[in-house]
Design a protein around this ligand. Structure first.
Ligand code: SAM
Length: 278
């Protein structure tokens, strides 16, 4: 190995396109004596293809402590370990963080490699103009909790980046629209794969677009929403809307009045009022 030897290498692997494995990642996987893998069966073909001789250590979300202890043991006797997940970067909505923490706590070296990650890949192709982004990963699977998290994120003036499973895409997009209001949504789907697509539309039109073709609901998703417009009438619109709803006005009338008073968009206020009523 040309790299320092007894270290934990955090190695990103392709999301779909094998050409995305970096030369450095390839060399490390081919030469380390140990590979800690999220799913050893899943990673088997990749390691075989590279001609890797490494023995594997299972390192998934249910055994991270145990796996960390084994990895530290190897490092302390001078053997290098590469950490990989099923796809993308370990520790990013994937197991790995606990292992890295344990290895660092044991005083051993951690060497992270740059490489494939669905969030940054999607963002770089999104065309969203926000200067900042917040990577959230997976939202809660339960609707109430999901909407609460979105409420908490509503005022952030930066793009919001979510991972989502295909079977929850429709309900999540519906919640994004009802809680976040008028924004742009970019859907990055099946990135680096055969059916890769990147679709950008107003958030309140996204649900219809997804329903328009079942193929649009298949595969792996990154959902990116433009940030809350900073310091616009939106915040004021919501404040007035809440006051009017608090006074018992019906949703439609409260939205109309709040819009007339503050200049905020009536439709967005109406959607927002419905969400608040829920
Ligand atoms: N660690 C990975 C990374 O670095 O991106 C993420 C792993 S997480 C368990 C899997 C989620 O990542 C999927 O549900 C999807 O939201 C996103 N994802 C993974 N591959 C993708 C792809 N090819 N296209 C779009 N999203 C993808």
């Amino acid at each position: 190995m040309t790299e320092e030897s007894a270290a934990l290498y955090v190695v990103p692997t392709p999301l779909g396109n094998m050409g995305d494995l970096t030369r450095r990642a390839e060399e490390i996987l081919r030469t380390v004596p140990w590979v800690a893998a999220e799913d050893t069966r899943h990673s088997g073909p990749l390691l075989k293809q590279l001609g890797a001789q490494a023995r594997t250590i299972p390192a998934h979300q249910h055994n991270e402590h145990e796996a960390a202890a084994k990895i530290v043991e190897k490092l302390l006797v001078g053997e290098a370990v590469a950490l990989i997940s099923d796809a993308g970067t370990p520790g990013i909505s994937d197991p790995g963080a606990r292992i890295v923490a344990a290895v660092r706590a044991a005083g051993c070296k951690v060497i992270p490699l740059p490489g494939p990650c669905a969030a940054t890949t999607a963002l770089s192709g999104s065309g969203l103009l926000d200067e900042h982004f917040l990577f959230y990963g997976f939202l809660p699977s339960k609707g109430g909790q999901r909407r609460q998290v979105l409420e908490d994120l509503r005022e952030y003036p930066c793009a919001l980046v979510f991972y989502e499973a295909p079977h929850r895409a429709l309900e999540t997009v519906a919640d994004l629209a009802s809680v976040l209001g008028e924004r742009t949504l970019v859907i990055g789907r099946e990135l680096t794969k055969l059916f890769e697509s990147i679709h950008s539309c107003p958030l309140n039109e996204a649900l219809e677009w997804l329903k328009g073709d079942p193929n649009r609901q298949r595969g792996e998703f990154v959902l990116m929403v433009s940030g809350a417009p900073a310091g616009t009438e939106d915040g004021e619109g919501e404040r007035v809307l809440k006051l009017l709803l608090g006074e018992g006005l019906p949703v439609k009338q409260a939205a109309k009045l709040a819009s007339q008073i503050t200049g905020a968009a009536k439709n967005a206020l109406y959607e927002r009022a419905l969400a608040l009523k829920e």
